[in-house]
Design a protein around this ligand. Sequence first.
Ligand SMILES: NC(=O)c1ccc[n+]([C@@H]2O[C@H](COP(=O)([O-])OP(=O)(O)OC[C@H]3O[C@@H](n4cnc5c(N)ncnc54)[C@H](OP(=O)(O)O)[C@@H]3O)[C@@H](O)[C@H]2O)c1
Length: 267
Amino acid sequence: MKEKAASTEPYKNLFALQNKVAIVTGGNGHLGTSITKALASFGATVFVFSRNDYSFQALSDFHENIHFVKCDVTDEKHFRHEVATLQKSFSNIDILVNNAFNERRKQIEDITKSEWNVGIENILSQVFFCTQAVLPGMLKAGHGAIVNIGSIYGFLGHNQDAYQEVKSSSIFYSVAKGGVIQMTRRLATEYASKGIRVNCISPGNFPKKTKGSPDRPGYIVALSEKTPMKRVGHPDEICGAVVYLSSQASSYVTGQNLIVDGGWSAW
Ligand SMILES: NC(=O)c1ccc[n+]([C@@H]2O[C@H](COP(=O)([O-])OP(=O)(O)OC[C@H]3O[C@@H](n4cnc5c(N)ncnc54)[C@H](OP(=O)(O)O)[C@@H]3O)[C@@H](O)[C@H]2O)c1
């Protein structure tokens, strides 16, 4: 007699985020918008933490479970206060996506000490302090998923040929993103036995303008040619990795750096 097939339900719900509360820093930016929409689509209640509410109306029109918190993530006191406020309404912040960054691009020879410090603060230190703010709640709940957004330039050198028409990112961007990747490993091992998973996603090239512009027509072409897939990334192509690392689908994955770059780093 044929054995009865086991239920498929546990597999169908692997990526479900129902009843999960997520914070996405910079969740209304270029990649952040897609990340926020994806988490909400899989059932999470998402709080976008950003300094400005641009494109927020479109996000809240997209899904009723998307909310906006005006907050500068480099202001750790304010971030902590907003987390505490959320914790009064929700038992836990289940997911933190550290996605926000801002950067003033400068040549290596011209960077002052204060610009260096601000650069590291805006890309690396805020990731640590935002994480530190949600950890006690996650520890109390006994679970949590932290997803840091790194970059291929956190572990690769810059291919200057591909960036001839634009100012490439500053050296502190590379240094800080390298720090984000390493911070991920350290936090992951420290909290793995306590139910908290910490992973990183390193995007390749996801330029805001995908067709180039009159002043730099070759930029996208150069980036595409140097990518095995022969094209740059669309912001929605980061979502699979974020949902995976935020959900039960990755329940045995921690401390990893998932590279989403069309094969750029695989040559
Ligand atoms: N796009 C790419 O090709 C690419 C490649 C590799 C890695 N990444 C990484 O992906 C992440 C998102 O990049 P993106 O391209 O989407 O950049 P983006 O469009 O500039 O988005 C960054 C978001 O962060 C917010 N933000 C910046 N500083 C903030 C602060 N102090 N407090 C609160 N919010 C702040 C920005 O809004 P406000 O400035 O209005 O506050 C914006 O919403 C970054 O970590 C970036 O390093 C991107």
